[in-house]
Ligand binder design. Structure first.
Ligand code: PLP
Length: 424
């Protein structure tokens, strides 16, 4: 009869992200569950040209004995490898002209860990005794943030305005008229592109949020896991901005290296020093294989070119194929809308007349061998008295898998949805 602390219960109990990653791990590990059509998690595609590059980089490292020995047999300093930090800063200076140096860069064990640290730093119980929260100015937002609180009530969030673009497409927009940044807000946070919707907040929305954060003297966090400048899974022209009041996170995962667990934080020197201490206390140092593999590609700028010329077109084509398959299979039997696909690896589908919850839809599809993610999970932090039915009408599907997998999954989904609507 194990006695657990409150934090222990919160961090080890049931959660959407754990369910999602368990499904993903089981489906990708082989065995019976490998028959599953994996339209669930956010695993990057294995893009042949990128996979070849990673194998080549590993071979170069193995052939370079001093480098290989340093990588495998030395601890890095807790803010990350000095050369890597310098090259990241250089890459961002080159790409955008931002005035940043290695002292503005901290490496973490994946972007996921970066957010755990940032939320713990900026929200929760303050020395004054007041409680501060993280404001998500728009949900649906990344499921992986939802359970990262060290106490309850970490998030305050607000649902978006819905612009219907045509019969079968829509786009979310931040409802600035209703957005309140109260004294209890410790930071504003968005992902751009947004997981799960594929929305890319406009430059105007981002600068408006930056201004609100600056007025309140709180940090504005922008999660670029899929974004600019790498991996660059952004299908709309945008001009990323940063100022010292902002915290940007990047990751090597969606370049194709999730196994290296490498996240990057760009922030003020103070926040960087604090992240460095947290890395040290929680895990001593970061993994350094991803840093070693990617550092020369950052220094030369090659990573920017690969993002623009290989990764972006690859995912954009996948998105278009998936959208065409949805149009082909969904037909006119039931109402549906697709969020405009502006970035990331997902289509966000809305079924306005769905007679069951999307958790039930998820279970029914899983029985038929298709994994998707129910939309309910992505609407956290909303005032619970607000029972917005839209929350139970959306699902996320990944289009990063092989085309046959995506096609078969969409076909089965269409068939199941037709049955559900017919029997309602
Ligand atoms: N942020 C977003 C929006 C994501 O989708 C993910 C992963 O899917 C992460 C952060 C964390 O990724 P990682 O920890 O692999 O860098």
């Amino acid at each position: 009869n194990l006695q657990l602390s409150k934090i222990g219960q919160a961090l080890s109990g049931p959660s959407g992200i754990v369910e999602l990653m368990d499904d993903l791990g089981a489906a990708l590990a082989g065995g019976n569950s490998s028959q599953m059509l994996m339209l669930g998690g956010g695993n990057p595609a294995h893009i042949p040209q990128m996979q070849a590059l990673w194998r080549q980089r590993l071979a170069e490292i193995v052939a370079d004995q001093p480098l290989c020995d340093r990588m495998l047999s030395n601890y890095d300093g807790p803010a990350g490898n000095p050369r890597f930090r310098k090259s990241v800063a250089e890459c961002l200076r080159q790409a955008y002209g931002w005035d940043v140096g290695p002292e503005n860069i901290a490496v973490t064990m994946g972007g996921q860990t970066a957010f755990f640290f940032l939320f713990a730093l900026l929200a929760g119980e303050m020395p004054s005794g007041n409680h501060r929260r993280i404001l998500l100015p728009i949900v649906p937002e990344y499921i992986g943030y939802a359970d990262q609180g060290l106490g309850p009530g970490l998030f305050a969030s607000q649902h978006p305005l819905i612009d219907q673009l045509d019969e079968h497409s829509f786009k979310y927009r931040i409802d600035f008229d209703s957005l309140e940044v109260g004294d209890d807000i410790g930071a504003i946070c968005v992902s751009r592109p947004t997981n799960p919707t594929g929305n890319v907040l406009t430059d105007d929305e981002v600068s408006h949020l930056a201004q609100l954060a600056a007025e309140r003297e709180i940090p504005f966090l922008v999660d670029n896991a899929y974004g600019e400048p790498f991996p660059g899974a952004v299908y709309e022209p945008i001009q990323p901005m940063w100022n010292p009041g902002m915290v940007m996170t990047f990751s090597l995962s969606k370049l194709g290296l999730p196994g290296t667990r490498t996240g990057i934080v760009l922030a003020s020197e103070e926040i960087v020093r604090r992240i460095q201490s947290m890395t040290c206390i929680v895990g001593l140092a970061n993994t350094n294989i991803g840093q070693t593999m990617v550092e020369p590609l950052l220094a030369s700028g090659e990573i920017l070119q690969l993002s623009r010329e290989v990764i972006r077109p690859y995912y954009q084509a996948k998105s278009q194929t998936a959208q065409a398959l949805v149009t082909e299979h969904f037909g006119n039997g039931f109402p549906y809308l697709v969020h405009r696909s502006e970035g990331a690896f997902f289509l966000w589908l809305w079924f306005p007349e769905l007679p069951i919850t999307t958790k039930e839809l998820y279970e029914r599809l899983k029985k038929r061998g298709v994994l998707i993610v129910p939309g309910e999970y992505f609407f956290f932090g909303l005032n619970t008295s607000e029972n917005w039915s839209h929350q139970r009408q959306c699902i996320r599907m990944t289009f990063s898998q092989a085309e046959e997998t995506v096609a078969e999954g969409i076909k089965i989904m269409a068939d199941e949805l037709q049955r559900i609507h017919d029997s309602a």
